[in-house]
Design a protein around this ligand. Structure first.
Ligand SMILES: [Zn+2]
Length: 277
C-alpha cells in the first residue's frame, strides 16, 4: 500500500477538524432512500500540490483549501450500498468505526461501488490481515480502472482478496435499480461517478472530481493527484456545469468538506456549493 499511501497522504492532512462540533455521521433523505455521509477526517490541501498556482489568484478566501475524506452509504429498498471505503484501517482508516456509529456492520453492506482505486478509497476494503472486511458485498469497479491498476501491488491485493466478489462494469452501467455509473475519467483512467435517483431527487456521487473547496469557485484549479490533469479538468468543468443546471440534485464528493453532500449553483464566475444540513 506504500506507493498509493504516499500519493494519498498528501491529499489528506491529518489536522484537527475546523469545527469539532460537526458530526462524523450525517443522515439524509433522498426521495425514498436514506443517504448517510461518513467522515473519516478533515484536512487541508497544501498549496504546493496545486499545479497551476496562477489559477488561485483571487480564490484564496477563508477555507479555500479545506477538504475531507468521506464515504457514503445508501439504503435503497433492500440494498445497503457503500460508496468507497477510505484509508486502510492500519493507516488511519475509520470505516469500521464510522459504520458502527451509523448503526451498521460491514456484513450489512451488500453492494460496494468504487469510484477509483487510489488507496484512500479502497484501503478500507481490507481488514488488518489483508482479508475482505465486507464478506457479503458485491464490489463494482470500472473495467478501465481495474485494468490500469492491475500491476500495482496494493490495488492488486484488493482485486485478489475480492476476486470472487468483484464485477467489472462498463460505462453507464446499472449497478442496482437505484444506482447507475457515469464515466468521469481523468483523475484516474477509470474514475467513475454514480447517479442515485429516487422520487424526483438525485445525488451525483462525484468521487475525486474536486479535492479542495476553491475548485467550485474556480474549476480550473488543478492538483497533482490527477493522473491526467487535462482530462480531469475537462471532466470537472463538464460535470459541474451539468449538475448545476439540474433541479433537485445534490452532489456528494469524497473530498468535499464534511458532510461532503450539498447543492451546486452557477455563480457569476464558477459555482457556489452549499453543504446539506
Ligand atoms: Zn481521493
Amino acid at each position: 500500500m506504500k506507493k498509493l499511501l504516499a500519493a494519498l497522504c498528501c491529499a489528506i492532512a491529518f489536522c484537527a477538524p475546523a469545527n469539532a462540533q460537526e458530526a462524523n455521521v450525517s443522515k439524509y433523505k433522498i426521495g425514498d432512500y436514506e443517504f448517510i455521509s461518513l467522515n473519516n477526517n478533515t484536512g487541508a490541501v497544501s498549496e504546493s500540490l496545486i499545479i497551476n498556482k496562477d489559477a488561485l489568484e483571487g480564490y484564496k478566501t477563508e477555507g479555500w483549501n479545506s477538504n475531507s475524506l468521506n464515504y457514503f452509504v445508501l439504503k435503497a429498498g433492500g440494498d445497503i450500498i457503500l460508496f468507497d471505503a477510505g484509508l486502510p484501517l492500519t493507516h488511519g482508516g475509520k470505516i469500521a468505526q464510522r459504520l458502527q456509529e451509523a448503526g451498521l456492520k460491514p456484513g450489512d453492506i451488500n453492494i460496494i461501488a468504487i469510484t477509483h482505486m487510489h488507496g484512500d478509497h479502497i484501503g478500507g476494503l481490507l481488514d488488518a490481515q489483508g482479508q475482505p472486511l465486507f464478506t457479503n458485498a458485491k464490489v463494482f469497479i470500472a473495467k478501465e480502472e481495474a485494468a490500469h491498476w492491475q500491476n500495482n501491488q496494493d490495488a492488486n491485493a484488493v482485486l485478489e482478496a475480492y476476486k470472487n466478489q468483484i464485477t467489472l462494469f462498463k460505462k453507464n452501467a446499472k449497478i442496482t435499480g437505484a444506482v447507475k455509473s457515469a464515466p468521469l475519467f481523468g483523475h484516474t483512467p477509470g474514475h467513475s461517478g454514480f447517479i442515485i435517483k429516487s422520487n424526483g431527487q438525485q445525488v451525483y456521487v462525484l468521487g475525486d472530481v474536486t479535492h479542495l473547496t476553491a475548485q467550485f469557485a474556480n474549476p480550473e484549479i488543478s492538483v497533482s493527484y490527477d493522473v491526467d490533469p487535462k482530462a480531469a479538468l475537462k471532466t470537472r468543468k463538464n460535470i459541474l456545469a451539468k449538475v448545476a443546471r439540474q433541479k433537485n440534485t445534490h452532489i456528494a464528493g469524497m473530498h468535499i468538506y464534511k458532510p461532503g453532500l450539498g447543492k451546486l449553483a452557477k455563480a457569476e464566475k464558477g459555482y457556489t456549493f452549499t453543504p446539506a444540513n
